[in-house]
Write a protein that binds this ligand. Structure first.
Ligand SMILES: [Zn+2]
Ligand SMILES: [Zn+2]
Length: 313
């Protein structure tokens, strides 16, 4: 199953050095999820040939402009392009009135239904429940109310080995039981253990997007065991004072959190770079000195979640 994240924008507040403000698309099988929607997001979707009509869920972490100033433009384009499919928007409550006010001032009537889901709980809260994927939000520590998002694949059933099942004359009607882990009792009364007839399902994969945040170890339970975590690293560590002042994190802090939370091959993706830096090499170097499996979130690159790890530029 395809599970990946594509970066559309990796900068913080001001677009600069050809870097757009924050936006990314998480793909699971055939479904696309837009996470944050900074200015220029719809142009980035077009540039990287991402089919925006496949997006039915948009998640906005918080109401700093670098995370949602592209949203009204995208909604307006959907409307001009005669979208009819509903769109679900998950965001802090105040965004609802902002969007409707913008549409109202333009005398725009939407041709599709916009379902608004306000975020506002102090702990991990499921917000989307699909057959194979659950998406939850969790609070981060920022200057204003801010949420991260956790994408968790649901456990799959065991896989029947057809030749083994035939060898023991397992009726097709029992395959469902095998997938659930039941043993099989043959006609002669012999118990055939489930592990001889099935293979375990792949381990469920997890991706966490930590949005904007101060260094905060209370995030660890939410991101622990993830295959991939996106954590902001707005500043190099020499600018720690700026990070603290503006409720952001440095390279060293992002990597330290990853080192404490991620084991068994988990990877760290860093982004939300400050416009004060033109070059990004030092971001990777500083993080890797603490957490070697760190990668820069580069625009247009796709990072696959789970093993085998790969990135496509
Ligand atoms: Zn930001
Ligand atoms: Zn912010």
């Amino acid at each position: 199953m395809h599970f990946a994240v594509t970066i559309l924008g990796n900068n913080s507040a001001i677009p600069s050095h050809e870097r757009f403000p924050t936006a990314q698309v998480v793909t699971y099988e055939d479904e696309l999820f837009l996470v944050d929607c900074g200015e220029g997001t719809q142009m980035q979707l077009a540039k990287y040939k991402i089919r925006r009509n496949k997006i039915h869920h948009i998640f906005i972490s918080h109401l700093h402009g670098d995370h949602y100033f592209g949203l009204i433009g995208l909604i307006n384009s959907y409307n001009l392009l005669q979208r009819t499919e509903p769109l679900h928007l998950y965001a802090p409550a105040e965004l609802e009135s902002i969007i409707w006010r913008q549409l109202e001032c333009a005398a725009t009537t939407l041709h599709f239904t916009l379902h608004f889901h306000p975020l506002g709980t102090p702990s991990l809260q499921p917000i989307v429940d699909l057959p194979h994927l659950r998406i939850s939000c969790f609070p981060t520590r920022h200057r204003i109310l801010c949420f991260g998002f956790l994408f968790e694949e649901k456990p799959r059933r065991r896989k029947v080995i057809p030749e083994k099942a035939r060898e023991w004359n397992v009726p097709l009607s029992f395959y469902k039981n095998l997938q659930q882990g039941d043993d099989f009792v043959s006609a002669s009364g012999a118990i055939i253990p489930n592990r001889e007839l099935t293979m375990p399902p792949p381990r469920p994969r997890k991706y966490a997007y930590c949005a904007d945040t101060l260094y905060d170890e209370s995030l660890i339970p939410y991101v622990a065991g993830c295959d991939l975590v996106y954590h902001e690293a707005t500043y190099l560590h020499r600018d720690l004072h700026r990070a603290i002042e503006r409720y952001h994190s440095t390279t060293v802090q992002a990597a330290t959190l990853a080192r404490k939370a991620l084991h068994n091959g988990g990877k760290l993706l860093i982004g939300h770079f400050s416009s004060r830096y033109e070059q990004l090499e030092d971001f990777e170097t500083e993080c890797r000195s603490i957490f070697p499996e760190t990668y820069l979130a580069l625009q247009g690159a796709t990072y696959f979640i789970g093993t085998p790890w790969k990135a496509r530029m």
